[in-house]
Design a protein around this ligand. Structure first.
Ligand SMILES: Cc1cc2nc3c(=O)[nH]c(=O)nc-3n(C[C@H](O)[C@H](O)[C@H](O)COP(=O)(O)O)c2cc1C
Ligand code: SF4
Length: 427
């Protein structure tokens, strides 16, 4: 039977697991094991061996990130471990389920990260609108202090750690890990240049690790059962499980924990029940709004980091948006680009000026006022805002749905221009 370590103990009524329920399910045993039987570097080695890759979008190896913190107790202190739960990517709705329904799992992962990198303070950085998650996590933090899993000399060890919560200002850029550090410091949340990386010089100049909430939720299971067990959960070289989501005009939109590398077909047809009656599949944005479209020809592609890249997209957050045949692809991309343009932090010119320009062109095409040369300008803009051209990866991510829409749905753009109207609105 498929194992679902992140979600198998969730309550049927959707309420959060109490600390007692979490403990009965094996909760906090990993922390006990780490504090009594493992050195911090052994925890890092186990996470490295598990091949856990970050679930926040970029897929960076978690153990490697932790290992980049300078070892040794004489190094800069305090250090910080941060859970990134800003989750403002359109189409992405996975971290909130883990936070609302199994908050101790995330907290245990954060404490284990703190132990591994010798952090004295942990932050839960949450999207401002996630009030239910904030409530559930705050209750978990209180319970963890009462039981001695947080605070001075955790479980009688020499390791001490406090955890605080911060709800963000409601800007998408606050989820970018270095902008997040600025937000926590109370200054304008623009990304920082790298190097130095946060592991060396992060919050208030101290070594800091920022990990996605789903990433951290995996850690207690890896420490408790070992890297080999974790890798065995999936046939994919990435190992482990993944919270996958499907939204759009499917029969049962939702979120499921499945082995890493589950195919798009299994998610779309097997879990989401296929397209709603009367609708046909046209496109798939596989990993949240900032990833490239795939199409019906990619149904058998595995949703893991390497397979998605080979197919010309990214796993991103693993939460796919479905485009159907009754939705205008130009209108859909315009909607996404409006979001990305509004959420640009404005720090670098190509992104600040380029994204609104893209929006203007798409608006004119959608209104039937576009010209064929506009498509060349859009393509050029996708190049100009691509990887390495801007200060952070907001802009390259923002143009991914556009560049792939121009590749797969070019005839729809051309039809708007030739017919001087949106064909969907004319129907
Ligand atoms: C504009 C922007 C927004 C982001 N928002 C989030 C977010 O809400 N949550 C998240 O975990 N990562 C987000 N990221 C990615 C983070 O910068 C970072 O890669 C991630 O938190 C690292 O954690 P991981 O290694 O566990 O994936 C965002 C990146 C960008 C460029
Ligand atoms: S790419 Fe956009 S969001 Fe990132 S630093 Fe530049 S202006 Fe800000």
């Amino acid at each position: 039977m498929t194992q679902r370590p992140l979600t198998e103990h969730l309550r049927d009524d959707g309420q959060q697991l109490s600390i007692e329920e979490y403990e009965r399910a094996g909760g906090y045993q990993a922390l006990r094991k780490a504090l009594t039987q493992m050195t911090p570097s052994e925890v890092i080695e186990e996470v490295k061996a598990s091949n856990l890759r970050g679930r926040g979008g970029a897929g960076f190896p978690t153990g490697m990130k932790w290992g980049a913190c300078p070892p040794g107790s004489d190094m800069a202190k305090p250090r910080y471990a941060i859970s990134n739960s800003d989750e403002m990517e359109p189409g992405t709705f996975k971290d909130r389920l883990l936070m609302q329904q199994n908050p101790h799992q995330l907290l245990e992962g954060l404490i284990l990260c703190g132990y591994a990198i010798d952090a004295q303070i942990g932050y839960l950085f949450l999207r401002w609108a996630y009030t239910a998650s904030a409530k559930s996590l705050m209750q978990a933090v209180r319970e963890a202090y009462e039981k001695g899993y947080l605070g001075e000399n955790i479980l009688g060890s020499t390791f001490s750690m406090d955890v605080k919560m911060h709800t963000s200002a409601g800007r998408y850029i606050c989820g970018e890990e270095t902008a997040l550090l600025n937000a926590l410091e109370g200054v304008r949340p623009i990304p920082r240049s790298r190097p130095p990386f946060p592991a060396q010089c992060g919050l208030w100049g101290r070594p800091t690790v920022v990990n996605n909430a789903e990433t951290l939720s995996n850690v207690p299971h890896i420490v408790r059962h070992g890297a080999a067990w974790y890798k065995s959960l999936s046939p994919s070289s990435d190992g482990g499980t993944k919270m996958y989501g499907v939204s759009g005009r499917v029969k049962k939109a939702g979120l499921w924990e499945l082995p890493m590398g589950t195919t798009i077909r299994e998610l779309l047809d097997g879990r989401a029940g296929g397209m709603r009656d009367g609708y046909t599949l046209r496109g798939i944005i596989p990993g949240g709004a900032s990833t490239d479209f795939l199409t019906g020809a990619h149904l058998d592609v595995k949703m893991d980091f390497d397979s998605m890249q080979k197919a010309g997209s990214r796993l991103g957050t693993g939460t796919m948006i479905i485009l159907d045949d009754k939705t205008c692809p130009v209108g859909l991309v315009l909607n996404l680009e409006r979001f990305f343009a509004r959420e640009s932090c404005g720090w670098c010119t190509p992104c600040r000026e380029g994204l609104p320009w893209i929006v203007k062109i798409l608006e004119s095409i959608e209104k039937g006022e576009g010209e064929l040369g506009d498509l060349d300008i859009l393509e050029w803009q996708c190049q100009a805002l691509g990887p390495g051209k801007t200060y952070c990866v907001h802009a390259p991510g923002a143009v991914e749905p556009l560049q792939s829409a121009l590749k797969y749905f070019r005839e729809d753009f051309e039809q708007h221009i030739e017919e001087k109207q949106c064909p969907w609105k004319a129907k």
